[in-house]
Write a protein that binds this ligand. Structure first.
Ligand code: TYD
Length: 207
């Protein structure tokens, strides 16, 4: 097993994008490739399965659409739990952590519902900065086509207007240099390869 050389700090990689962009498939493909090269790698995701994301699910079941503030705070609590109990411990053991969605999802999705982005950043202040944050860029039509075949326990967030606005916010984050865009319309293998190269370049630079 290869543990990254910068002693006791791994590499934190985030994969973002609107529903249907292929994040989960691509993330798992990347993990496989890194694993095969001998890197200690783990796949994780948000919303994580914490008591807080479970509470949000229950809230939605009982009350229907949640207020955006409830969404923001629930996601932030879930993320705090995830960062402290999963992401940081693995990074401290020298793992490459591939995280499917992170704080950028709160900015894009809760921002799409007019959530206050400054406040989202404030309540997520503890969310450690990733080494690489990739945005899988697909046009809305492609994402919608792919979504037809996906089962999600969170389909609540996948309303068309919201996805359209989330996509715009993601593009703003790319323009501001907070996310690196990777064209994700092509086949899975070539998209995964592009992401993989970004990660390997970063590992090489870190050595
Ligand atoms: P998704 O990655 O699609 O999970 P699954 O594959 O289990 O369906 O994420 C579920 C939804 O959660 C997605 O539509 C975006 C939404 N979301 C937010 O609105 N804010 C957040 O902070 C996060 C992490 C996700």
């Amino acid at each position: 097993m290869i543990v990254l050389s910068k002693s006791s700090t791994g590499l934190f990689v985030v994969i973002e994008g609107i529903d249907g962009c292929g994040k989960t498939t691509i993330s798992k493909r990347i993990v496989e490739k890194l694993d095969n090269m001998g890197y200690k790698t783990i796949y994780t995701f948000e919303p994580y399965t914490s008591p807080f994301s479970e509470a949000l699910k229950r809230y939605i079941e009982e009350y229907g659409e949640a207020e955006v503030e409830i969404e923001i705070l629930s996601m932030a609590l879930d993320r705090f739990f995830h960062v402290r109990r999963v992401i940081e411990p693995f990074l401290n053991q020298g793992y490459i952590v591939i995280c499917d969605r992170y704080v950028y999802s709160s900015i894009a999705y809760q921002g799409a519902k007019n959530g206050d982005i400054k406040w989202i950043k404030t309540v997520n202040r503890y969310a450690i900065k990733p080494d690489i944050a990739i945005y899988l860029r697909v046009p809305l039509e492609v994402a919608l086509e792919r979504l037809k075949y996906k089962q999600s326990s969170w389909s609540y967030f996948e309303k068309l207007d919201r996805l359209r606005r989330a996509l715009e916010i993601y593009e703003e984050l790319v323009l501001r240099g907070e996310l690196i865009a990777v064209d994700a319309v092509a086949d899975i293998d070539s998209v995964a390869m592009k992401c993989f190269k970004l990660i390997i370049d970063r590992i090489v630079r870190q050595k």
